[in-house]
Design a binder for this molecule. Structure first.
Ligand code: NAD
Ligand code: MG
Length: 437
């Protein structure tokens, strides 16, 4: 029997959080004595929903975290109204997320907060040596080297939840197996310990002379193409928020849905892959796959390509991150095989989706570029949703903000946080000069 995990779900009221709660409930039904347990749930604004999720969990989470410190009274009232007083303790404010992420009784943290707001708690979980199921890709985009260095020193396992990166992690199983069958002396000097760390973190050392994951040529991320895959440049320029929020294959939170429409999501995922798998940008490719069944592919040196397939349902990558290296029955439906499968792979169009080029560029230069791109994008998306800028201005603002910043290749975390603030201010200033008319 696979031992259950004691899990903190950060961002429990979101799309990833809700799917995680469902996965854990299913694992509990499947193996009632294994000890699967949600230790804490966090939410920011939808307090009633958060408290209801705690009420539905069994056993009840020990802690309900409300990260917005303004919502203490509302949270207390909801906890009382749902009969949870005395069962769940309330912790509030941004620091409460860090306390939940580092709770000694928690062994696994699901990082399901959207955007930069998830950075401190995700990093704290990594520093505390937890297994981290990473949905919050923005943390790696902002501070990839800081997070991966922290994982190496704490022994934290970074298990991707993003479906593409989970797919790559799964496709790399063969390379990972090969690496672990080689002795330290075969691999060369000093590689024994780094191999163990790389294995633990699922990272492959493409750039180093000691290929911890031998034989891998390229990582190929699939992109659905979003709602504008077949739209003209003019149609994309005139896209409304409602059109951009209408994703053809995935049901997700608002921000990532807009990121999917601009393909900024794929740009962020290129950067995420670079840090997660320790791979240079020129070893990453993107291919459009509208059906969202092939979640990504790995090409090996002999030309063989291994892919991971499943219907678009986040419960599978979430569960994989929780149960790795074991596989257990999952509530996500399997592939329907009684009907014709259409699976197409289409080259990306960088002209209609300029955000993608930014992802490759930022992955190439690293350093401060990721935080600047992310800050500008997190500023531009709400401006588009509130009608202040056009859809195509999102990538335009991001590009200009990147061009306006003085790149540094090895920034500290403090410097990255300064640039997070700067990039938001700069993107907002630039937006003022744009007319939506
Ligand atoms: P969502 O909008 O549905 O949920 C966001 C969660 O973050 C909520 O629980 C909310 O309370 C919390 N949150 C928002 N602002 C906060 C703040 N300032 N402080 C603390 N908590 C805050 O988002 P989602 O779609 O679940 O995405 C979450 C993360 O997972 C994102 O980084 C996204 O890119 C990534 N991801 C999502 C999917 C998906 O299918 N939804 C797939 C891959 C990756
Ligand atoms: Mg993804």
């Amino acid at each position: 029997m696979t031992d259950g995990r004691r899990i903190a779900i950060l961002g429990a009221t979101g799309s990833i959080g809700a799917a995680t709660l469902d996965v854990v409930a299913n694992l509990q039904r499947h193996a009632p004595d294994a000890g699967w347990r949600v230790m804490s749930v966090s939410g920011h604004s939808r307090i009633e929903e958060l408290v209801r999720s705690a009420e539905a969990a069994s056993p009840k989470p020990r802690t309900i975290v409300v990260s917005d410190g303004q919502k203490i009274t509302e949270a207390e009232e909801e906890i009382s109204r749902h009969g949870l007083t005395g069962h769940c303790q309330l912790d509030t404010g941004a620091d409460a997320l860090v306390r939940a992420a580092t709770d000694p009784e928690v062994d696994t943290v699901v990082a399901g907060i959207v955007g930069r707001a998830g950075l401190e708690s995700t990093l704290a979980a990594v520093q505390a040596g937890k297994r981290v199921g990473l949905a919050n890709k923005e943390t790696l985009v902002i501070a990839g080297p800081v997070v991966t260095a922290a994982a190496t020193s704490s022994g934290s396992e970074l298990l991707p939840i993003d479906s593409e990166h989970s797919a790559i992690y799964q496709c790399l199983a063969e390379a990972r197996g090969l690496a672990s069958t080689r002795s330290a002396s075969q691999l060369g000097h000093d590689v024994g310990s780094s191999r163990v760390t790389a294995e633990a973190n699922g990272r492959c050392d493409f750039g180093s002379p000691n290929h911890a994951f031998p034989g891998v040529r390229r990582l190929i991320l699939t992109a659905s193409g979003g709602p504008f895959l077949n739209s003209s440049s003019e149609e994309i320029d005139a896209a409304t928020p409602a059109e951009a929020l209408n994703h053809p294959t995935w049901d997700m939170g608002e921000k990532i849905t807009i990121d999917s429409a601009t393909m900024m999501n794929k740009a962020l995922e290129i950067i995420e892959a670079k840090w997660l798998f320790d791979v240079p940008a020129d070893r990453i490719e993107v291919v459009v796959h509208p059906q969202s069944i092939i979640h990504s592919l790995v090409e090996f040196e002999d030309g063989s390509v291994i892919a991971q397939l499943s219907p678009p349902d986040m419960r599978l990558p979430i569960q994989y991150a929780l149960t790795y290296p074991h596989r257990l029955p999952c509530p996500a439906p399997p592939l329907e095989r009684t009907q014709r499968w259409d699976m197409s792979l289409i080259p990306v169009d960088l002209e209609r989706f300029p955000a993608l080029e930014l992802g490759f560029e930022v992955a190439r230069v690293g350093g401060t570029a990721g935080v600047v791109l992310n800050g500008a994008n997190e500023t531009a998306v709400p401006l588009f949703l509130s009608g202040k800028i056009r859809f195509t201005d999102i990538a335009r603002l991001c590009k200009q903000t990147l061009q306006d910043h003085n790149h540094e290749s090895a920034p500290s975390l403090a410097r990255l946080l300064e640039l997070d603030t700067w990039s938001r201010q700069r993107a907002a200033q630039l937006a003022e000069t744009i007319s939506v008319a």
